[in-house]
Design a protein around this ligand. Structure first.
Ligand SMILES: Nc1ncnc2c1ncn2[C@@H]1O[C@H](COP(=O)(O)OP(=O)(O)OP(=O)(O)O)[C@@H](O)[C@H]1O
Length: 264
């Protein structure tokens, strides 16, 4: 499915500000894997997401999806395979367009359907069905401008749009971090059900330790550009937040420095 081999990324090489964002990352995701990613500030989590989605090119190494090298494909060339939801609820949707127009835009990303896909009525029916799944009543606000929605509603719509075309890889980049606790929990539950239902191969960065343990079938921990711990499904079932933080300290030699960390 997704494979990263020996991926490294350096910023400002050779200058006093040199930063190793990723160092020799090897990561292989199997189809249907749902991996949560945690780590301290500046560990390289966002850089990892940026390299997989094509926002950045690695200095060394390769990225493959289904055995095809995509290392040098631009972000828009990968958008058919890679869906992404950002932390900022404003980032994934177009505020001046209606819910229907936003969904149509997401739908057209799958070029195999062609631009002439179905009739408008058929397409609308499909969109309404998808919106109903969110259970937020957005199907009754089909023609409302997305800019009028709350942060949680927009993030739910972003999630729907990112998964609409059943991407090969779904990237969730702290996508609940900017929401209040009840909205964050709602989006977390939605994420879990959509990912399971569609069997999506997913990487989710989170600062919520309890969420990282509870969700998915694998957990990776990053520090200073490296993957320092890889926890499998079996181990994750009995893991506690205290144990996880203890392991982090033991392996990295320092406490997890994360100003946004949420323990439970
Ligand atoms: N565009 C950039 N230019 C320069 N340095 C960068 C850039 N992006 C990331 N870095 C640096 O690379 C390192 C890894 O950053 P990254 O944002 O990937 O970490 P992170 O794990 O997502 O951190 P956080 O949890 O604090 O968001 C950091 O030292 C950061 O300052």
């Amino acid at each position: 499915m997704l494979e990263l081999s020996n991926v490294s990324k350096l910023f400002y090489p050779g200058s006093p500000d040199e930063k190793i964002a990723l160092f020799g990352i090897n990561l292989k995701l199997n189809p249907g894997d749902f991996i949560t990613v945690i780590g301290s500030n500046g560990a390289g989590k966002s850089t990892l997401m940026n390299i997989i989605s094509g926002v950045m090119t690695p200095d060394t190494g390769h990225v493959k999806i289904n055995d095809s090298a995509i290392t040098h494909l631009q972000e828009h060339q990968r958008s058919r395979w890679v869906g992404r939801v950002f932390q900022d609820p404003m980032a994934g949707t177009a505020p001046n367009m209606t819910i229907e127009e936003n969904l149509a835009m997401a739908y057209s990303r799958d070029k195999s359907r062609g631009l002439g896909f179905g009739t408008t009525a058929r397409r609308r029916k499909l969109f309404l069905e998808q919106l109903q799944r969110l259970n937020l009543g957005l199907e009754n606000r089909f023609r409302a401008k997305v800019g009028q929605l709350s942060g949680g509603e927009r993030q739910a719509l972003s999630l729907l749009m990112a998964t609409f075309t059943r991407p090969q890889i779904l990237l969730l980049d702290e996508h609940t971090a900017a929401l209040d606790p009840s909205r964050a929990e709602l989006i977390t539950r939605l994420t879990d059900s959509i990912v399971r239902e569609m069997n999506l191969t997913t990487l989710m960065v989170t600062h919520n330790m309890e969420q990282a343990i509870r969700l998915g079938n694998r957990l990776i921990m990053m520090d200073k550009g490296r993957i320092i711990l890889d926890v499998n499904e079996e181990r994750k079932k009995t893991l506690t937040v205290e144990q996880l933080l203890g392991e982090f300290e033991q392996i990295s030699g320092h406490k997890m420095a994360d100003d946004r960390v949420v323990f439970g």
